[in-house]
Design a protein around this ligand. Structure first.
Ligand code: SF4
Length: 383
């Protein structure tokens, strides 16, 4: 068993009996960037605890003992979608059973309903509706800003932005600027899936391709709109596809510094065209968090999204490289249509308990990672 000593006050020295991890550990402890082969070796290592130790080391260097969460609400204005992604259980064709499209008043009422603690963020994503005009989405955002001026609006994935650009006959930059003018404050990270064409053609061939996703993110960042970045794993991708995806995100982040958080999303096959595939295991979920933390050395935050990986695995992930577990969510539709068995939302107190029992310090953040101070029914953001 080989050991290496870190300069951080860690609980024990790095230990592994996987000789392939030793050169990687030396790089991590020296603060050096990992390469493609290192990423593949991390995915293939049999010593998950050693991989987790390294990721935890980096996580504590960047974020100390803090674990972030927020009080947010998801709003999915429509599940009508022109695409037929095999990975998806949420989108439906226009006249299919179970479709819905919220009237604007309904969306604004949804935003205000069912939760007593003041939310600091609306997370808005939905289907690619063939008939809703561009202005519907801008009015939705304007109406929310009017009614909830303090709430940060994180809206529309890169895929939706590209679709809205087509609907509005505008460039991507013009679309993003119009969204910004309407009140969009930042973008979520969805729709990235896996960038490799081979995989993308099978799981979501109607979506923009990987380079268009990255270019849309780049354009958003240049306009001052920050975004998150995701990766859907646990379907037909291989280790090389995962590393390729992470390194492409890292390259854009080197250029723009516009990504806030990396969020690996565990694939839920239920009710999708890939229903024959198994769900992810806890070990893969933890490894994904750890490798993300180690390869994405220019990302400040790695999120263990509790809705996707269960609260229990998300809690453990706070020791495998994650520093964020997302928020209250309140009403999640997309993964529950795919058979997720997690609750649709969590109370603030539950999130605090998960974090505290992981031995981390809970820190309520707004979308931009600023501290939120809360009284009974209001909040203040440190700016
Ligand atoms: S993943 Fe998104 S774009 Fe694809 S079918 Fe589902 S809602 Fe539509």
């Amino acid at each position: 068993m080989a050991t290496l000593v870190s300069k951080l006050p860690t609980r024990h020295a790095f230990q592994t009996d996987d000789k392939n991890l030793l050169p990687i550990a030396r790089k991590v402890l020296a603060g050096e960037r990992l390469n493609f082969d290192d990423g593949v070796a991390l995915y293939r290592s049999g010593d998950i605890l050693a991989v987790g130790w390294l990721a935890n080391h980096v996580r504590e260097q960047i974020n100390g003992n803090t674990a972030y969460f927020n009080v947010n609400r998801h709003i999915n204005p429509t599940n009508v979608c022109v695409a037929s992604c095999r990975l998806c259980a949420f989108g439906r064709k226009k006249d299919a059973p179970g479709t819905y499209t919220m009237a604007l008043e309904e969306a604004w009422e949804t935003a205000a309903s069912g939760y007593t603690e003041a939310v600091t963020e609306f997370h808005i994503v939905g289907g690619l509706h063939p008939e809703l005009p561009f202005e519907y989405f801008m009015d939705l955002v304007r109406g929310l800003k009017l009614r909830f001026p303090q709430v940060h609006i994180k809206a529309f994935t890169m895929v939706e932005v590209a679709f809205l650009a087509k609907r509005g006959k505008m460039t991507i930059a013009e679309t993003l600027q119009a969204m910004k003018d309407a009140g969009v404050d930042s973008l979520p990270g969805g729709g990235a899936e896996i960038f490799a064409d081979r995989v993308r053609h099978i799981i979501c061939d109607h979506k923009i391709d990987g380079s268009e996703w990255l270019e849309t993110a780049r354009t958003a960042h240049k306009l001052g709109l920050r975004s998150n970045a995701t990766m859907l794993y646990g379907h037909i991708e291989d280790d090389e596809d995962r590393v390729d995806h992470l390194l492409k995100l890292r390259a854009v982040q080197d250029e723009t510094s516009g990504f806030q958080t990396f969020i690996p999303l565990a694939f839920h096959p239920g009710n999708t065209a890939l229903e024959h595939l198994p769900t992810t295991t806890g070990m893969l979920d933890l490894r994904q968090i750890a490798v993300g933390r180690l390869l994405l050395d220019n990302f400040a935050h790695i999120k263990a999204y509790w809705q996707m990986m269960t609260p229990k695995i998300a809690q453990i992930a706070l020791r495998f490289g994650a520093d964020d577990i997302d928020g209250t969510v309140i009403e999640e539709k997309i993964y529950h249509d795919a058979g997720a068995t997690t609750p649709q939302g969590m109370r603030r107190a539950d999130l605090v308990r998960l974090i505290t029992e992981a031995g981390r310090e809970p820190y309520e953040r707004d979308t931009l990672y600023r501290a939120v101070t809360r009284s009974e029914d209001a909040f203040t953001i440190a700016v």
